[in-house]
Write a protein that binds this ligand. Structure first.
Ligand SMILES: [Zn+2]
Length: 133
């Protein structure tokens, strides 16, 4: 039991005289009572919980920021991919000849298609003109 003349050590429970500021058995401070310590501990716990929540929030924020950063760089990369700049053509002569031959061969059906489109358009225009007159 604690009397006005004694202090119970909050650490080991040893009863010390009020003159002592340090427990004679375990040398821990007698300045704080056990209830104060308990209160402090609960406050600390609360603080830790808040800190935890804050840390979690920060981590989430960081994650979101990283995600946004990633998206930004992705978008930038896409934009860069969209712009293809040809800085020079380095084709061996025979490859170039083959390419040109292929182009001229391909230009035959291309010309036919263009001609067909031209005929269709001209025909439609002709019919339109005959309707007007
Ligand atoms: Zn003690």
């Amino acid at each position: 039991m604690t009397s006005p003349e004694t202090k119970t050590c909050p650490n080991c429970g040893h009863i010390n005289s009020t003159k002592n500021t340090i427990c004679t058995r375990c040398e821990s401070s007698l300045e704080k009572s056990a209830t104060m310590l308990k209160k402090e501990a609960s406050a600390e716990k609360k603080e830790r919980k808040q800190k935890d929540r804050y840390n979690r929030y920060q981590a989430q924020e960081q994650q979101r920021e990283q995600y946004q950063d990633k998206q930004k760089t992705n978008r930038r990369e896409l934009a860069q991919e969209g712009e293809v700049t040809i800085k020079g053509v380095d084709i061996p002569f025979m490859d170039l000849v083959i390419l040109l031959v292929k182009l001229s061969i391909a230009s035959i059906p291309a010309a036919i298609i263009v001609a067909v489109i031209g005929f269709v358009v001209m025909g439609a225009l002709g019919r339109f003109a005959s309707l007007l007159s």
